[in-house]
Each structure stands twice: as structure tokens, then as C-alpha cells.
Design a protein around this ligand. Sequence first.
Ligand code: HEM
Length: 219
Amino acid sequence: MAEKISEWLDERISWRSVWEAIFLRKVPKVNWLFTLGSATLLTALLQITTGILLTIYYVPTPDHAYDSVQYITTQVPGGWLIRGIHHWGASAMVVLTVLHMLRVIIFGAYKYPREVTWITGVFLLFIVIGFGFTGYLLPWDQKAYWATTVGTRIAGVVPILGNVILRIMRGGNDLSAITLSRFFGVHVWVLPVALILLIGIHLYLVIRIGISAVPKRGE
Ligand code: HEM
């Protein structure tokens, strides 16, 4: 029965050729360092899943943000685990992305014909850092408030445009309810959409071009 359905579907949407291109493609003999990209991808999926679950109880207003995070951690069944995974996953994501990038640099995998894959990777790195910066404010505790005060002030010292950038980030001169909802919006909508789009292009290129082999002596 399952065979018949898959046959019926394949005749109409050729899903087997897509499956073969993704999972049955030939790869050169590589080593464990080549799994760092997939580890980053897995962490990203974990972050998206736990992040969606957190939004069920999280409230992005100065009156309720802190309490809602405490409620998630102490009252919601399994909430401590979901929050813990999202919290440590954020650090894992930064570490893995940087390690994956170092692997690409050390093995020279950024060279022709993979320059565009590299460039999409650079934007992915910015997005990962953006997630960390915007997510840090969301618990709305003292650490979050002052870290964002300092972070936005650093952006404010950019020559000429500094003050404009600072006001756009804060939504005014000081941190307020506007800053919190702005950071929340960027954290749960703008960055995830950009991340999913860019990962899609990144992986399309990895599959289309094929993974690089370990360079030989003199290459
Ligand atoms: C969210 C972040 C990222 C994800 C999920 C991701 C995912 C992946 C995956 C699954 C692969 C194939 C397996 C591997 O080579 O490990 C790959 C390859 C690659 N990535 Fe990333 N990546 C990310 C960030 C980056 C960054 C920051 C750079 C560089 C600035 C980069 C540059 C590359 C390049 C050039 C390749 C091709 C490597 C080759 O053919 O040997 N990626 N990426």
C-alpha cells in the first residue's frame, strides 16, 4: 500500500529525484569536522522549536516579561527544560557556527566555486549574532536591561549615523516598552524568516555544487 502511494506520488511530483539529490548524493571522503555545518543546522532547528514553544507563555511587555519568564521556569510543566535548551542552544549556535566557519577557512572551502556559499554564510553569522543580541533583552531582568543599554550605546558611537542607529534600536532615546517589543519582533519574525531563507540558499548551493574534498598536499 505504502509502495503504491509513493509510486503514485513519484509519477506526479518526482519526489524520488529530490530525495536522491539530497540524501543519496556522492560525497568525497571527509572527516568529522565536516559535520559541523549539520550540527549547526540541527541546533538551529532545536532553537526554532523551543523558541516557538516559549512564545506560548512569554509576554513581551515591561509589566509581564520578567514574570512570564519566571512562570515558564517554575510553573509550566517542562518549561525549565524548554527554556534551558533555548538558553544553552543560543550559545551552542554561536560556537558551532564559528567552528564551522573555521573548518571552511582551514580547508580552503571558501574558494572557487563556493564563494557565494561563503557569502551566504557570512550573512548567517550576522543573523546568529543578531539572535543573541535581541534575545538577551527578552527576560527583562537587570542583566538584560543593562547589557542592552551598553550594547545599543556601543552602536551609538558609529561616526555620523550613530545617534540615528541608537534611536532606531531603542525606539527613542532610552530603553522602554518600545525597545522590548521591537527586539521581540526582530527576534521572533525578522531574523527567523531571514535565517530560514538563507539556510535554504546555503544548503541548495552545498547540494548543487557538492561538498569540497580535503585538500591534498600542494593544492
Ligand atoms: C546558521 C549557520 C549555518 C548553517 C546551518 C550552515 C550549514 C552548512 C551545512 C549543513 C554545510 C554542509 C556540511 C559542512 O560543510 O559542514 C555547509 C557548508 C558550507 N558552509 Fe555553512 N552553515 C552555516 C554558517 C556558515 C558560515 C558562517 C560560513 C562562512 C562564513 C559558512 C560557509 C560554508 C561553506 C563555504 C560551505 C561549503 C563547504 C564545502 O563545500 O566544503 N557557513 N554549511
